[in-house]
Design a protein around this ligand. Structure first.
Ligand code: HEC
Length: 250
């Protein structure tokens, strides 16, 4: 039996190093295993940032950097967005020389087409609360009147209160609201708001018109509506049509 030649043996330090390296190599898989089965509240380690984390301020968040404490900056006073100069106060705001206008702006042609447009838009945006005939009895008003939150009174557009608003103010109310009524500026373009004003004026007019001023054939149609076959009361609510009763053509 020959003893191994000391010169051909692997040196002890190399063996030590190999053992050590193998031990260190175990660390990453152990860490991965731990990461897979444990939970953590801190953000995960990002090797490549890409665009996941951007150094930016989020809108509506607080920020000490600015004196008013908010991250979002307000536009410089006097800033006007493109296409929103709205210099024509009559057309865009319903005012003439700082007072509510009593007329339609010159670029709005009050004709049958405008009234038809106004009637349709009114049906979409106003009737849910104010009702088809403007008495403040739309479905929303009826439902909220019996809601747990207490009565929410929607104005009768032909009431004294409703009639008190000049044309320009009516226009402004549609866009910017009044008291508990929200504004519809973002849903209804300016031209359509004027069309709705025309329809509201028509509704108001329809509530106080002298019967003699109505054309004879219309008078007959209205009389037929007033006295439906059957009971008296059912005729008083034009929104409730029955088979025998002529419905309002809306
Ligand atoms: C979400 C329900 C709702 C809708 C939709 C709505 N309104 Fe109103 N409106 C109200 C309420 C409620 C008031 C009463 C506000 C108050 O004085 O508290 C009101 C008041 C008004 C007034 C003022 C009358 C007054 O009280 O002096 C006018 C005019 C009016 N609405 C027109 C419109 C027109 C035109 C539309 C359609 C573009 C419209 N509203 C859509 C709920 C509504």
């Amino acid at each position: 039996m020959t003893l191994p030649n000391k010169d051909t043996q692997v040196p002890g330090w190399i063996i030590g190093a190999i053992i050590l390296i193998n031990m260190f190599l175990l660390i990453p898989p152990v860490l991965v295993a731990k990461a897979r089965f444990s939970t953590s509240r801190s953000p995960r380690i990002h090797v490549f940032y890409d665009m996941d984390n951007q150094l930016k301020f989020k809108a509506q968040s607080a920020n000490d950097l600015f004196r008013d404490g908010r991250a979002a900056r307000l536009p410089v006073p006097g800033t006007v967005a493109r296409g929103e100069l709205n210099k024509d106060s009559h057309f865009h705001w319903g005012t003439v020389d700082g007072e509510w206008a009593n007329s339609f702006p010159p670029q709005v042609d009050v004709n049958a087409a405008l009234l038809a447009r106004g009637e349709a838009r009114y049906g979409i945006y106003c009737a849910p609360c104010h009702g088809i005939s403007g008495h403040g009895d739309g479905m929303v008003a009826r439902r909220t009147a019996v809601s747990d939150y207490g009565a929410w009174t929607v104005t009768d557009l032909s009431s004294e209160k409703g009639l008190a608003h000049p044309i320009g103010e009516l226009f402004n109310i549609i866009g910017y609201g009044i008291n508990t009524m929200p504004g519809y500026k973002s849903q209804i373009p300016v031209e359509d708001r004027w069309a709705i004003v025309a329809h509201v004026k028509a509704i108001q007019f329809s509530q106080s018109v002298d019967v003699a001023e109505i054309p004879a054939n219309e008078q007959q149609r209205l009389e037929a509506m007033e006295k439906p076959a059957g009971s008296e009361e059912s005729g008083s609510d034009p929104q409730q049509g029955s088979g025998t009763q002529p419905r309002q053509g809306r």
